[in-house]
Design a protein around this ligand. Structure first.
Ligand SMILES: C[S@@+](CC[C@H](N)C(=O)[O-])C[C@H]1O[C@@H](n2cnc3c(N)ncnc32)[C@H](O)[C@@H]1O
Length: 456
């Protein structure tokens, strides 16, 4: 039974018109009018317009009734009608982006560790680096990634070596390592349930929050920011019911899913000053695993160097003045969730965990690091990102300095690989080279060379 007919009949009767009268004024066949009112056929758009005008009522409301009648009576499987309508709603809302949404929600693949946008990530160089390590070193039991960043190198090493130490000074990175790698109790089903709930939140029904008030309309589209803030708070509220591993997986999942929606060029030093396109935030779990052989730290590398013993340390520090705690401040704020006062256009908190490697003390810090490390091999990544136009891109440690320092530790080989260097569009590095130093440590030579550092 089509409802548009009943509605038209009710309006006509309320207005006190006879069917014949309507037929005469609007010149619509009487049998047709009667069938329409009895729900046996739909009015044409033209008929509906005439009727709306004659009854002096809202044409749009009548068209909506007619369209919905058409939809309701088109179902071949009425038992799936409600779910079908929800999918249709998403298709209308998201247009071309719907396929992405479909892949994310209906066939969700877990999100891989490498999919994060991160300056200096070695995700595209892992094969090259790991192959060289394989060829140039031997008997590696314990592998340390002491400036791990995205942990792209750890992610390969973890499958290969007996024991792995992953370290980075940032809170968000630590949560990510714990989510992806740490051993712990967790239930995928439980987490998928929580995430499915988040994916059905009606953003119009939730309130403004710390995240939306600060970052909405800037780093994220306003409604997306509202949802992020809401979910972050909910994860905190759920903490008593979650294991440590589950808590870290949820936080890492939130970071990984919002990473691609950020209105930035890949870091949070600035946001793009253009209207932000609305995109759905549908969470997908990260590809969490638990490994027995991993230890995770959030330490200053130079402090950690004194506490650990290993076979190989992979060293990939920042080389210029751009501090990672400033580039990724938004994730630090999101993870710590102590809702700090924020400063400046980029809404950064007061600095914490700034790195000596981004200052004029970088060379001393590096010397001290390699001196303190108790390892048989040192593997150091280095890239020549210097560009005369951009002072902040200038390396704090020069190539010759790195070479000299490493040679003081033992015989050192240098390997070279060209690749496209990440940049924010301000600088160009046509001649960018990625270097890898592999040093076979000679303890005697090292101790002799660095005797002057004993009092560091
Ligand atoms: C060049 S990135 C490492 C990139 C990493 N190899 C990857 O593939 O993603 C340097 C990392 O060192 C961290 N860092 C900077 N200073 C540090 C310090 N003193 N101790 C520990 N980590 C530090 C930064 O947070 C950043 O993640």
């Amino acid at each position: 039974m089509r409802t548009i007919g009943h509605i038209l009949k009710e309006i006509r009767e309320e207005k006190g018109h006879l069917l014949q009268e309507v037929q005469q004024v609007l010149d619509i066949d009487l049998t047709q009018l009667s069938k329409i009112e009895n729900g046996k056929r739909l009015p044409t758009v033209e008929q509906l317009q005439k009727l709306a005008k004659f009854y002096n009522c809202d044409n749009k409301a009548l068209i909506i009734q007619r369209e919905s009648d058409k939809i309701v009576y088109s179902f071949e499987y009425p038992e799936f009608a409600i779910e079908t309508l929800k999918v249709a709603e998403d298709k209308i809302k998201y247009g071309n982006q719907y396929i992405q949404l479909f892949q994310d929600t209906i066939y969700p693949k877990p999100i891989s560790l490498e999919s994060r946008r991160y300056i200096g990530s070695k995700a595209k160089l892992t094969d090259w680096i790991m192959d060289l390590i394989d060829k140039e070193t031997e008997n590696i039991g314990t592998f340390v990634d002491i400036f791990a960043g995205t942990a792209s190198i750890s992610n390969q090493a973890i499958k290969k070596y007996n024991s792995i130490i992953i370290n980075d000074i940032l809170y968000a990175n630590n949560v990510i390592y714990n989510g992806f790698f740490a051993k712990g109790n967790w239930s995928k089903e439980k987490l998928n349930d929580i995430i499915s709930n988040y994916n059905t939140i009606n953003v119009d029904l939730i309130e403004e929050n710390y995240f939306s008030e600060n970052f909405g309309g800037k780093f994220y589209e306003h409604n997306t920011a509202k949802l992020i803030g809401y979910i972050r708070q909910d994860i905190e509220d759920l903490k008593p019911e979650l294991s440590k591993k589950e808590y870290n997986i949820l936080l890492a999942t939130l970071i990984y899913n919002i990473d691609k929606l950020a209105n930035t060029v890949g870091h949070f030093d600035a946001y793009i000053k253009k209207p932000i396109k609305s995109q759905p935030l549908r969470l997908r779990l990260i590809d969490a695993q638990d490994f027995e052989n991993v230890k995770i730290y959030r330490e200053d590398a130079n402090k950690l160097a004194k506490q650990i013993k290993s076979d190989l340390v992979y060293i990939d520090p920042p080389y210029n003045s751009r501090q990672y705690n400033r580039f990724y401040h938004l994730y630090e704020t999101l993870v710590k969730w102590n809702q700090p006062k924020l400063y400046g256009i980029a809404l950064k908190p007061a600095p914490e965990n700034s790195s000596l490697y981004c200052t004029t003390k970088a060379k001393n810090a590096f010397e001290n690091l390699v001196y303190q490390l108790n390892a048989r091999f040192l593997v150091v990544s280095y890239n020549n990102t210097y560009n005369a136009k951009s002072h902040s891109s200038e390396n704090k440690i020069k190539l010759e300095e790195i070479k000299n320092i490493l040679n003081k530790c033992g015989d050192t080989k240098v390997f070279e690989c060209s690749h496209r260097f990440f940049n924010t569009g301000k600088t160009e590095f046509d001649d960018h080279k990625e270097l890898l130093f592999i040093t076979k440590v000679d303890e005697k030579r090292k101790n002799k060379s660095f005797s002057s550092l004993l009092c560091w």
